[in-house]
Design a protein around this ligand. Structure first.
Ligand SMILES: Cc1cc2nc3c(=O)[nH]c(=O)nc-3n(C[C@H](O)[C@H](O)[C@H](O)COP(=O)(O)O)c2cc1C
Length: 210
Protein backbone atom coordinates (compact mmCIF):
# COMPACT_ATOMS: atom_id res chain seq x y z
CA UNK A 1 0.00 0.00 0.00
CA UNK A 2 1.66 3.21 -1.10
CA UNK A 3 -0.42 5.95 0.46
CA UNK A 4 -1.02 9.04 -1.62
CA UNK A 5 -0.70 8.45 -5.35
CA UNK A 6 1.40 10.75 -7.51
CA UNK A 7 -0.27 14.09 -8.05
CA UNK A 8 -2.48 13.97 -4.96
CA UNK A 9 -2.37 16.76 -2.39
CA UNK A 10 0.28 15.68 0.13
CA UNK A 11 -0.71 17.80 3.11
CA UNK A 12 -3.68 17.85 5.42
CA UNK A 13 -6.13 20.71 5.37
CA UNK A 14 -6.96 23.00 2.49
CA UNK A 15 -5.52 21.79 -0.82
CA UNK A 16 -2.79 23.82 -2.48
CA UNK A 17 -4.38 26.72 -4.30
CA UNK A 18 -6.74 27.73 -1.47
CA UNK A 19 -10.47 27.08 -1.56
CA UNK A 20 -11.50 23.55 -2.49
CA UNK A 21 -14.38 24.80 -4.54
CA UNK A 22 -12.13 25.46 -7.53
CA UNK A 23 -10.73 21.95 -7.90
CA UNK A 24 -13.76 19.96 -6.79
CA UNK A 25 -15.55 18.03 -9.50
CA UNK A 26 -19.27 18.44 -9.91
CA UNK A 27 -21.05 16.73 -7.03
CA UNK A 28 -22.63 13.46 -7.98
CA UNK A 29 -21.43 10.59 -5.85
CA UNK A 30 -23.49 11.77 -2.86
CA UNK A 31 -22.72 12.81 0.70
CA UNK A 32 -19.79 11.06 2.38
CA UNK A 33 -19.23 11.31 6.12
CA UNK A 34 -15.55 10.94 7.01
CA UNK A 35 -15.22 10.18 10.73
CA UNK A 36 -11.78 10.64 12.27
CA UNK A 37 -10.92 9.15 15.66
CA UNK A 38 -8.13 10.14 18.05
CA UNK A 39 -5.06 8.56 16.45
CA UNK A 40 -2.10 10.24 14.72
CA UNK A 41 -3.29 9.74 11.09
CA UNK A 42 -6.24 12.03 11.91
CA UNK A 43 -3.84 14.95 11.41
CA UNK A 44 -3.76 14.08 7.71
CA UNK A 45 -7.45 13.30 7.16
CA UNK A 46 -7.51 16.24 4.73
CA UNK A 47 -5.76 13.90 2.29
CA UNK A 48 -8.78 11.60 2.32
CA UNK A 49 -11.08 14.60 1.89
CA UNK A 50 -9.19 15.67 -1.25
CA UNK A 51 -9.24 12.17 -2.71
CA UNK A 52 -12.97 11.78 -2.04
CA UNK A 53 -13.82 15.19 -3.48
CA UNK A 54 -11.98 14.26 -6.65
CA UNK A 55 -14.24 11.21 -6.90
CA UNK A 56 -17.29 13.46 -6.72
CA UNK A 57 -18.23 13.13 -3.04
CA UNK A 58 -19.66 16.01 -1.03
CA UNK A 59 -17.54 15.33 2.07
CA UNK A 60 -18.49 16.17 5.66
CA UNK A 61 -15.83 15.54 8.33
CA UNK A 62 -16.78 14.52 11.85
CA UNK A 63 -14.33 13.79 14.63
CA UNK A 64 -14.63 12.15 18.00
CA UNK A 65 -14.24 14.70 20.81
CA UNK A 66 -10.74 13.34 21.54
CA UNK A 67 -9.76 13.59 17.86
CA UNK A 68 -10.14 17.37 17.84
CA UNK A 69 -6.66 17.50 19.41
CA UNK A 70 -5.26 15.70 16.36
CA UNK A 71 -7.02 17.71 13.62
CA UNK A 72 -7.10 21.22 12.18
CA UNK A 73 -10.85 21.68 12.16
CA UNK A 74 -10.68 25.17 10.63
CA UNK A 75 -8.74 23.86 7.63
CA UNK A 76 -11.14 20.94 7.24
CA UNK A 77 -14.13 23.28 7.33
CA UNK A 78 -12.60 25.45 4.61
CA UNK A 79 -11.80 22.34 2.60
CA UNK A 80 -15.26 20.79 2.83
CA UNK A 81 -17.51 23.84 3.18
CA UNK A 82 -19.22 22.11 6.12
CA UNK A 83 -18.78 22.47 9.88
CA UNK A 84 -16.70 19.75 11.55
CA UNK A 85 -19.02 18.23 14.12
CA UNK A 86 -17.94 16.31 17.21
CA UNK A 87 -20.80 16.72 19.67
CA UNK A 88 -24.50 15.91 19.56
CA UNK A 89 -26.67 18.94 18.78
CA UNK A 90 -28.89 20.44 21.45
CA UNK A 91 -32.52 19.24 21.56
CA UNK A 92 -34.57 21.15 19.00
CA UNK A 93 -31.50 22.40 17.12
CA UNK A 94 -31.64 21.82 13.34
CA UNK A 95 -29.24 19.43 11.60
CA UNK A 96 -26.35 21.34 10.07
CA UNK A 97 -25.10 18.52 7.85
CA UNK A 98 -26.86 16.75 4.97
CA UNK A 99 -27.72 13.10 5.59
CA UNK A 100 -24.96 10.65 4.63
CA UNK A 101 -25.05 8.25 1.67
CA UNK A 102 -21.88 6.50 2.84
CA UNK A 103 -19.48 6.58 5.80
CA UNK A 104 -15.72 6.10 6.15
CA UNK A 105 -14.22 5.93 9.62
CA UNK A 106 -10.49 6.53 9.37
CA UNK A 107 -8.45 6.44 11.42
CA UNK A 108 -10.65 4.18 13.55
CA UNK A 109 -9.34 3.70 17.09
CA UNK A 110 -9.50 0.48 19.09
CA UNK A 111 -11.74 2.35 21.50
CA UNK A 112 -14.28 3.37 18.84
CA UNK A 113 -14.23 -0.05 17.11
CA UNK A 114 -14.95 -1.82 20.41
CA UNK A 115 -17.69 0.61 21.48
CA UNK A 116 -19.27 0.61 18.01
CA UNK A 117 -19.50 -3.18 17.99
CA UNK A 118 -21.18 -3.02 21.40
CA UNK A 119 -23.72 -0.50 20.10
CA UNK A 120 -22.52 2.27 22.41
CA UNK A 121 -23.46 5.79 21.27
CA UNK A 122 -21.76 8.11 23.76
CA UNK A 123 -20.12 10.25 21.07
CA UNK A 124 -21.77 11.75 18.00
CA UNK A 125 -19.38 9.70 15.86
CA UNK A 126 -20.52 6.47 17.52
CA UNK A 127 -24.17 7.48 17.24
CA UNK A 128 -23.74 7.96 13.50
CA UNK A 129 -21.81 4.71 13.12
CA UNK A 130 -24.36 2.68 15.08
CA UNK A 131 -27.20 4.19 13.06
CA UNK A 132 -25.35 3.66 9.79
CA UNK A 133 -25.39 -0.11 10.35
CA UNK A 134 -29.12 0.09 11.01
CA UNK A 135 -29.63 2.15 7.85
CA UNK A 136 -27.57 -0.38 5.87
CA UNK A 137 -25.33 2.39 4.54
CA UNK A 138 -22.05 1.42 2.88
CA UNK A 139 -19.42 1.79 5.63
CA UNK A 140 -15.65 1.38 5.45
CA UNK A 141 -13.42 1.37 8.55
CA UNK A 142 -9.64 1.71 8.54
CA UNK A 143 -8.23 1.11 12.04
CA UNK A 144 -5.00 2.65 13.25
CA UNK A 145 -3.33 0.89 16.13
CA UNK A 146 -0.19 -0.95 17.24
CA UNK A 147 0.56 -4.65 17.67
CA UNK A 148 -0.10 -4.77 21.41
CA UNK A 149 -3.30 -2.75 21.24
CA UNK A 150 -4.60 -4.86 18.37
CA UNK A 151 -3.77 -8.11 20.15
CA UNK A 152 -6.53 -7.62 22.70
CA UNK A 153 -9.05 -10.39 21.96
CA UNK A 154 -12.03 -8.00 22.03
CA UNK A 155 -10.62 -6.00 19.13
CA UNK A 156 -10.25 -9.00 16.80
CA UNK A 157 -13.63 -10.30 17.85
CA UNK A 158 -15.26 -6.93 17.22
CA UNK A 159 -13.70 -6.57 13.78
CA UNK A 160 -15.27 -9.93 12.96
CA UNK A 161 -18.64 -8.77 14.27
CA UNK A 162 -18.56 -5.53 12.29
CA UNK A 163 -17.63 -7.43 9.12
CA UNK A 164 -20.48 -9.87 9.70
CA UNK A 165 -22.83 -6.88 9.88
CA UNK A 166 -21.68 -5.59 6.49
CA UNK A 167 -18.93 -3.13 7.44
CA UNK A 168 -15.82 -3.25 5.25
CA UNK A 169 -13.04 -3.25 7.86
CA UNK A 170 -9.64 -2.79 6.23
CA UNK A 171 -7.32 -4.46 8.67
CA UNK A 172 -4.36 -6.79 8.25
CA UNK A 173 -0.70 -6.80 7.28
CA UNK A 174 -1.65 -6.50 3.60
CA UNK A 175 -3.52 -3.24 4.31
CA UNK A 176 -1.29 -1.49 6.85
CA UNK A 177 1.47 -3.19 8.87
CA UNK A 178 1.33 -2.47 12.59
CA UNK A 179 4.18 -0.98 14.61
CA UNK A 180 5.14 -2.13 18.09
CA UNK A 181 3.77 -0.20 21.08
CA UNK A 182 5.47 3.19 21.47
CA UNK A 183 7.03 3.05 18.02
CA UNK A 184 4.49 5.36 16.47
CA UNK A 185 3.83 5.03 12.78
CA UNK A 186 7.37 5.79 11.65
CA UNK A 187 8.83 3.63 8.92
CA UNK A 188 5.60 1.88 8.09
CA UNK A 189 4.67 4.00 5.10
CA UNK A 190 1.76 6.28 4.55
CA UNK A 191 -1.66 5.58 5.97
CA UNK A 192 -3.56 3.89 3.13
CA UNK A 193 -6.31 6.47 2.64
CA UNK A 194 -7.01 5.55 -1.03
CA UNK A 195 -7.91 1.98 -0.01
CA UNK A 196 -10.96 3.29 1.86
CA UNK A 197 -12.39 4.88 -1.28
CA UNK A 198 -11.61 1.82 -3.38
CA UNK A 199 -13.43 -0.37 -0.85
CA UNK A 200 -16.37 2.03 -0.83
CA UNK A 201 -16.57 1.96 -4.60
CA UNK A 202 -16.61 -1.85 -4.54
CA UNK A 203 -19.49 -1.71 -2.06
CA UNK A 204 -21.51 0.79 -4.07
CA UNK A 205 -21.06 -0.40 -7.65
CA UNK A 206 -22.86 -3.74 -7.29
CA UNK A 207 -25.66 -2.03 -5.34
CA UNK A 208 -26.12 0.52 -8.13
CA UNK A 209 -25.88 -2.18 -10.80
CA UNK A 210 -22.86 -0.56 -12.52
C1 LIG B 1 -0.45 10.43 20.84
C2 LIG B 1 -1.53 9.40 20.90
C3 LIG B 1 -1.59 8.43 19.93
C4 LIG B 1 -2.61 7.48 19.96
N1 LIG B 1 -2.64 6.56 18.98
C5 LIG B 1 -3.66 5.66 18.95
C6 LIG B 1 -3.78 4.74 17.88
O1 LIG B 1 -3.01 4.73 16.91
N2 LIG B 1 -4.81 3.85 17.91
C7 LIG B 1 -5.72 3.83 18.93
O2 LIG B 1 -6.63 3.01 18.88
N3 LIG B 1 -5.63 4.70 19.97
C8 LIG B 1 -4.64 5.61 19.99
N4 LIG B 1 -4.55 6.50 21.02
C9 LIG B 1 -5.52 6.40 22.14
C10 LIG B 1 -6.84 7.08 21.81
O3 LIG B 1 -6.62 8.45 21.52
C11 LIG B 1 -7.80 6.94 23.01
O4 LIG B 1 -8.13 5.57 23.19
C12 LIG B 1 -9.05 7.75 22.86
O5 LIG B 1 -9.87 7.58 24.00
C13 LIG B 1 -9.83 7.32 21.63
O6 LIG B 1 -11.01 8.09 21.56
P1 LIG B 1 -11.98 7.97 20.30
O7 LIG B 1 -12.13 6.52 19.98
O8 LIG B 1 -13.28 8.57 20.83
O9 LIG B 1 -11.41 8.78 19.20
C14 LIG B 1 -3.57 7.48 21.00
C15 LIG B 1 -3.49 8.48 21.98
C16 LIG B 1 -2.50 9.43 21.93
C17 LIG B 1 -2.48 10.51 22.97
Amino acid sequence: MTGIPPGETPASGTPAGGSPAGDMPPAGAGVLYVIACAAPPAAAVGQLVSLAQRRGWDVCVLTTPSARRFTDTGALERQTGHPVRSEYKDPGEPDVLPDPDAVIVAPATVNTINKWAAGICDTLALGILVEAIGKRLPIVALPSTNQAHAAHPAFTENIGKLRSWGVSVLFGADVHPLAGPGAGDSGLGAFPWPATLDALQERIQPARGD
